[in-house]
Design a binder for this molecule. Structure first.
Ligand code: XMP
Length: 516
């Protein structure tokens, strides 16, 4: 079902900035989707795209097996903007020449605009505003018939080009990155000046269309949703609840590995602020018994995951006639699984028989078109409070993967106390919302210390704070020394059983954000 009145299709040739192009387009309130270059032309046309953007990519168009595209796309009367590799592919497909450049052009460059119209309409010609970001080792040497240069740079006579009659154009720089100071204007000109978009995709309109789509799909059936306390499942539930009210049943499983007070405040939040029907299951004893003596991180994760599905399934059976399972899948997960399509489809197909029954319910994934920051905006639009919408991510296996070695009641107690201090200090200093995640990890070793006149032999807590955009990569947060010092002092003074705090200064990769 095409529920979007206007849609830009971004064809992905493997550039690291493809997702960034999508975000930039959506910032202009124009809906867009990323599709891999292997998508057939017919499928692309079925979307009735208002415009098409061909992304950059790591290959050279003249390589054997270089990613390509059905050249008929260029005669469909749909506006097309090629970016870097995308521009070179368009030019080569239409009869132009692309070759290895004598001088590779990376980083900042300056643009000399020839036509202040089309992509460059209304752009000031002041020196500073023309800075663009190049990243290519190939150069367009000859344009095909019908094309002309619209801008040049120091090393590229065809830094930007356009067809004189058709709405086909390309740039050899990256308008989507912040270093291209005029990038935003260029994309705006493409979307509004060339594709004639209206820019009517807002969270309000997203709610209206998605609510209608959910109602049409679900009818009078029941939907089940697991609440974790995280923003994705809370927003998923709030959106589906808006569509079908009490036909939605939520289940919250307390696995005994939550932060201090988390379960209580989550349940209070769900009953006070939302009108969700929530079944809460206290399974603390079950999980702690299952985890007794387990040290291996993979086995820990598997036991927690298995236990969760088991309990969830038992509860679902009690409800009877449930037809759908709601999940908070986000757009980056969708793109990743599409990119891996060949391999994963075969695997999951083979696995279907072995999947738990609950996974065989029909899925509803209303957030699968959204990025994380858009999910937060949607949460606000649906009336969820800031506190729920802007909370840091928390892993499904909870504190279980922040305790190195065996999980016991005592060790959970130590970690919880340290974790509260980290949270309190991060919040009161204003750093909680500046970082991606901030938490304590309990290490499986004791070290010597001295308290008063006594020798101690106690536990070590590691402080892990990271900056990230999407959790795929991360760097350790440069917190002020006095904040780190305060956290360390408080943990050592207030948490019995800890005499040392260390700071984790690893990036991801090669480390990961969590320790297990
Ligand atoms: P890593 O440790 O892989 O974590 O760098 C990346 C992000 O994912 C979160 N994480 C999880 N979330 N279930 C979840 O729901 C899990 O099993 C899980 N493991 C890691 C982690 O907190 C970080 O935000």
């Amino acid at each position: 079902m095409n529920i979007h009145s206007e849609k830009i299709i971004i064809v992905d040739f493997g550039s690291q900035t493809t997702q960034l192009i999508a975000r930039r387009v959506r910032e202009h309130k124009v809906y867009c989707e990323i599709h891999p270059y292997t998508t057939g032309l017919d499928t692309i046309l079925e979307h009735k795209p208002t415009g098409i953007i061909l992304s950059g990519g790591p290959c050279s168009v003249y390589d054997t097996d270089a990613p390509s595209i059905d050249a008929r796309i260029f005669s469909q009367d749909i506006p097309i903007l090629g970016i870097c590799y995308g521009a070179q592919l368009m030019i080569q497909s239409m009869g132009g020449v692309v070759e290895k450049a004598d001088k590779r052009e990376f980083g900042k460059s300056h643009l000399d605009i020839k036509y202040e119209e089309g992509l460059f309409s209304g752009l000031e010609t002041a020196e500073t505003s023309l800075q663009v970001w190049m990243s290519h080792g190939d150069r367009i040497e000859k344009l095909p018939q019908g094309f002309e240069a619209s801008a040049e740079s120091e090393h590229s006579p065809y830094a930007a080009m356009r067809h004189t009659e058709k709405k086909l154009m390309g740039v050899q720089f990256h308008p989507e990155v912040a270093h291209t100071l005029i990038g935003n204007e260029i994309l705006r000109n493409f979307l509004f000046g060339i594709c004639n978009c209206e820019g009517n995709w807002t969270m309000g309109s997203f709610v209206d269309t998605t609510v209608a789509a959910i109602q049409a799909k679900v009818g009078t059936d029941k939907v089940l949703c697991a609440l974790s306390g995280g923003v994705d499942s809370a927003v998923t539930a709030a959106l589906i609840h808006k569509a079908i009210g009490d036909q939605l049943v939520c289940i919250y499983v307390n696995n005994g590995l939550m932060r201090t007070g988390e379960t209580g405040s989550l349940l209070k939040f769900f009953s006070d602020t939302t009108k969700l029907k929530v079944i809460d299951v206290d399974a603390e004893d079950y999980f702690l018994a299952e985890l007794e003596g387990v040290v291996d991180p993979e086995i820990k994760r598997k036991k927690i995951g298995y236990g969760f599905i088991k309990i969830f399934e038992e509860e679902a059976k009690k409800l009877g006639d449930v037809k759908y399972l709601a999940q908070g899948t986000l757009y980056p997960d969708v793109i990743e699984s599409v990119a891996l399509a060949g391999a994963t489809v075969i695997k999951s197909h083979h696995n279907v028989g072995g999947l738990p029954d609950i996974m065989k319910l029909d899925l509803i994934e209303p957030l699968r078109e959204l990025f994380k920051d858009e999910v937060r905006l949607l949460g606000l639009e649906l009336g969820l409070p800031d506190e729920a919408v802007f909370r840091q991510p928390f892993p499904g296996p909870g504190l279980g993967i922040r305790i190195m070695g065996e999980i016991t009641g005592d060790r959970l107690h130590i970690l919880r106390k340290a974790d509260v201090i980290v949270l309190e200090e991060m919040k009161s200093s204003g750093w909680y919302s500046k970082v991606w995640q901030s938490f304590a990890v309990l290490l499986p070793i004791q070290t010597v210390g001295v308290m008063g006149d006594e020798r101690t032999y106690e536990n070590v807590i590691a402080l892990r704070c990271v900056d990230s955009l999407d959790a795929m990569t991360a760097d350790w947060s440069r917190l002020p020394y006095d904040l780190i010092g305060r956290i360390s002092n408080r943990i050592i003074n207030e948490v019995v059983g800890v005499n040392r705090v260390v700071l984790d200064v690893s990036s991801k990769p090669p480390a990961t954000i969590e320790w297990e």
